[in-house]
Design a protein around this ligand. Structure first.
Ligand code: RET
Length: 298
C-alpha cells in the first residue's frame, strides 16, 4: 500500500510559513511522516540521555589524565539531549491532525532547526578539545591547538545558522552563507588534521591505527551536516523534512555518542599501555589473563 501524498498547503499559509525560514512550516505531513519524525527525535534525545551514565562510569577505569575525556562526553550528552528534547517538543506542538494530514503551524507554533546550531556552539568546542586531550597533547600545545580548532568551528556554525534561515527563500542566502561556512569547515579540517598527525606520531605503536581511523570517521560523520543543510533544495516535501531529521540524528549520534565511545576506548587502551592497572584489568577478558593479573597483584 502506498501512502497518500500530502496536498499542497494553502497559498496564504505557505506565505506565512516562508517568513519562518524553515521548510517544516510549509508542508503538510502524512501521518507516517509525522510519526517517523517524532520517533527519530525521540530516539535521538533518549540515546543521548541514556549515555550520560555510561560515560561517567567509564571515567573510573581511566588514568587520571584521561578521565576528563568521557566526562566531556557526558556533558555533551546532557546538553544535546536537552536540545533534542526541545526539538521534539516543538515538532509535537507545530503539527495538528486535521483528519487526513498533519498540518504545520497549529495554534501559531512554528518549527525550526536553528536551536540545533545554538547547541553545536556548546558541543563542538567540547568535542574538539576532547580530541586534543585524548591524544595527550602537552599542555601549552593543548590550549593553542584547541583554540585553533574552536575558532573556525564556531565561525562555521554561526555563518551556517545565519544562512539556514534562507532555506525558504530563493536559496541565494542559503548557498552564499553555506559556501562561507564551508570555508571555515575546510579551515577546521586542516586544524584537526594537525592534531591527528601529532597523534599518529606519538600514539603507542599498538594504537597507531586509531588516529588514522578517527580521522576518516571524523570526515565522514561531520560531513553529514552540510548535506542536511543543503537538502531543502531538493524540494519542499514531507519526505525531505523527515529525511533531514534522520540525517541530523545519524550525524548527532555519530559525532557525539559513538565518537565519545571511540575516544573512551582509545584512552582506556592508552591508560593500560601507560601502566595504569585498573585500565588493564578492565580490558582483560580471558580467565588466564585475569589469573596473571591477580598474581601480579594489580
Ligand atoms: C553547516 C552550514 C553549511 C556548511 C557547513 C556546515 C557544517 C556543519 C557541521 C556541524 C557539525 C556539528 C557537530 C555537532 C555536534 O554536536 C553549518 C551545516 C560545512 C560540520 C559535530
Amino acid at each position: 500500500m502506498t501512502l497518500p501524498q500530502a496536498p499542497e498547503i494553502a497559498p496564504a499559509i505557505a506565505e506565512i510559513g516562508r517568513l519562518t525560514g524553515s521548510i517544516e512550516n510549509l508542508v503538510p505531513l502524512t501521518s507516517g511522516q509525522y510519526t517517523t519524525g517524532s520517533l527519530i527525535l525521540m530516539v535521538s534525545y533518549g540515546a543521548h540521555f541514556a549515555f550520560i551514565l555510561y560515560f561517567i562510569m567509564m571515567s573510573f577505569q581511566l588514568a587520571p589524565r584521561y578521565r576528563i575525556v568521557p566526562i566531556m562526553s557526558a556533558l555533551v550528552m546532557a546538553s544535546a539531549g536537552l536540545s533534542l528534547m526541545r526539538e521534539f517538543q516543538i515538532w509535537d506542538a507545530t503539527y495538528a491532525f486535521n483528519g487526513s494530514f498533519y498540518l504545520p503551524m497549529a495554534e501559531g507554533q512554528t518549527f525550526t532547526n536553528a536551536f540545533r546550531y545554538g547547541n553545536w556552539t556548546i558541543t563542538v568546542p567540547i568535542l574538539l578539545t576532547q580530541l586534543a586531550i585524548a591524544f595527550a597533547l602537552p599542555r601549552p600545545d593543548l590550549h593553542k591547538r584547541s583554540i585553533r580548532m574552536i575558532i573556525p568551528g564556531v565561525l562555521m556554525i554561526w555563518t551556517g545558522l545565519y544562512g539556514q534561515f534562507g532555506e525558504t527563500g530563493d536559496f541565494s542566502r542559503l548557498n552564499l552563507w553555506g559556501v562561507i561556512s564551508t570555508v571555515f569547515f575546510v579551515w577546521l579540517i586542516v586544524e584537526v588534521r594537525g592534531v591527528i598527525s601529532y597523534a599518529i606520531k606519538t600514539s603507542p605503536s599498538e594504537l597507531s591505527a586509531w588516529p588514522k581511523n578517527i580521522w576518516w570517521y571524523f570526515l565522514a560523520t561531520w560531513g553529514l551536516y552540510p548535506i542536511a543543510y543543503a537538502l531543502p533544495q531538493l524540494g519542499y516535501t514531507g519526505d525531505i523534512v523527515v529525511v533531514r531529521q534522520l540525517l541530523f540524528s545519524i550525524a548527532d549520534i555519530s559525532t557525539k555518542l559513538v565518537y565519545g565511545i571511540i575516544l573512551s576506548r582509545y584512552v582506556l587502551r592508552r591508560s593500560a599501555l601507560e601502566g595504569y592497572a585498573p585500565a588493564a584489568e578492565a580490558l582483560e577478558i580471558s580467565p588466564l589473563g585475569a589469573k596473571v593479573a591477580s598474581q601480579r597483584g594489580d
